[in-house]
Ligand binder design. Structure first.
Ligand code: CP
Length: 307
């Protein structure tokens, strides 16, 4: 099977095919309601999730397929010490496509080495989250018409934020995208990632700790949660947890067509008054994630034509 572990596993042409197909499904869902009849998605979630697991399940059900899996490793034989390798060797026969979320970086990659069916990374620790990136890109294309000539700001936990890592890495492959990276000094993007991004000529990066400085000139503001579960001690988390709170006042000088995105869940980094601002599109983003995942699975299963 073909796997999706890292966003770089996909060419830009393949990503475009997923986005275009996803938007086509969004506009004409009835045409795709049976395409996965007889197919089974296995969801292996070793770490908490609402959107990723349920949007994958919804996506498969909306294409006429079925789902099985676990959302709590404590109720599976993982709890008895079963290895990832053995778990995958078994699930490989129970399902036609698998998605795994795991708190340990690299776990889905390891799993893919034992899978003959397509294996999808549903988020691995503080590393990568490629299907969130597909969700983000389908949202950008839907609202902006194309993915180029954009100033994109990322705000919050850029160090441990896997959604940030995957989207930054992918957007840096597109033409004329510049970045404003907003974080406390303790949560700046990992050095190796910054280095990778700067390999792509054309890319400009501004790093700042201030949310407001560049607000007037950005096209996309990608807010993220300060993630309690990634800190080694509670004290460090408490010190940083309220670093950024976006509210209506802070959007006063922002562009009219700014897109405020957030992978969700949020804690308090976006005030509820932004929910009713037309620029706040994070719930639409979560909705479009279902269509991105429908397109991805349809392509990986070979039930629609690829590029
Ligand atoms: N965006 C995202 O991955 O959400 P969940 O953690 O709820 O799956």
């Amino acid at each position: 099977g073909r796997h999706l572990i890292d966003p770089n596993d996909l060419t830009l042409e393949e990503i475009q095919r997923i986005i275009d197909l996803g938007l086509n499904i969004y506009h004409h869902p009835a045409q795709y309601a049976e395409i996965c009849k007889g197919k089974i998605l296995g969801t292996l979630f070793y770490e908490a999730s609402t959107r990723t697991r349920l949007s994958f399940e919804s996506a498969m059900l909306r294409m006429g397929g079925n789902v099985l899996g676990f959302s709590d490793a404590a109720t599976s034989s993982v709890q008895k010490g079963e290895s990832i390798a053995d778990t995958i060797r078994v699930l490989d026969d129970y399902a036609d496509i698998l998605v795994m979320r795991h708190p340990r970086e690299g776990a889905p990659k390891l799993a893919s080495q034992y899978a003959t069916v397509p294996m999808i990374n549903g988020g691995d620790g503080g590393h990568q989250h490629p299907t969130q990136t597909l969700t983000d890109l389908i949202t950008i294309q839907h609202y902006k018409g194309e993915i180029k000539n954009l100033k994109v700001a990322f705000c919050g936990d850029l160090l441990f934020g896997r959604t940030v890592h995957s989207l930054l890495k992918t957007l840096s492959r597109y033409p004329n995208i510049s970045f404003v990276l907003i974080s406390p000094p303790e949560l700046k993007i990992p050095y190796h990632l910054k280095n990778d991004i700067l390999q792509n000529h054309d890319v400009e990066i501004i790093e700042t700790h201030c949310l407001e400085t560049h607000m007037h000139e950005i096209d996309i503001l990608y807010m993220t949660r300060i993630q309690r579960e990634r800190f080694f001690n509670e004290e460090d988390y408490i010190k940083l947890k309220d670093s950024y709170i976006l509210n209506k006042d802070k959007l006063e000088h922002a562009k009219e067509d700014l897109l405020v995105l957030h992978p969700l869940p949020r804690v308090n980094e976006i005030s509820y008054d932004v929910d009713i601002d037309p620029r706040g599109k994070y719930f639409e983003q979560a909705k479009l994630g279902v269509y991105a995942r429908m397109a991805l699975m349809a392509l990986l299963l070979g039930v629609v034509e690829s590029c």
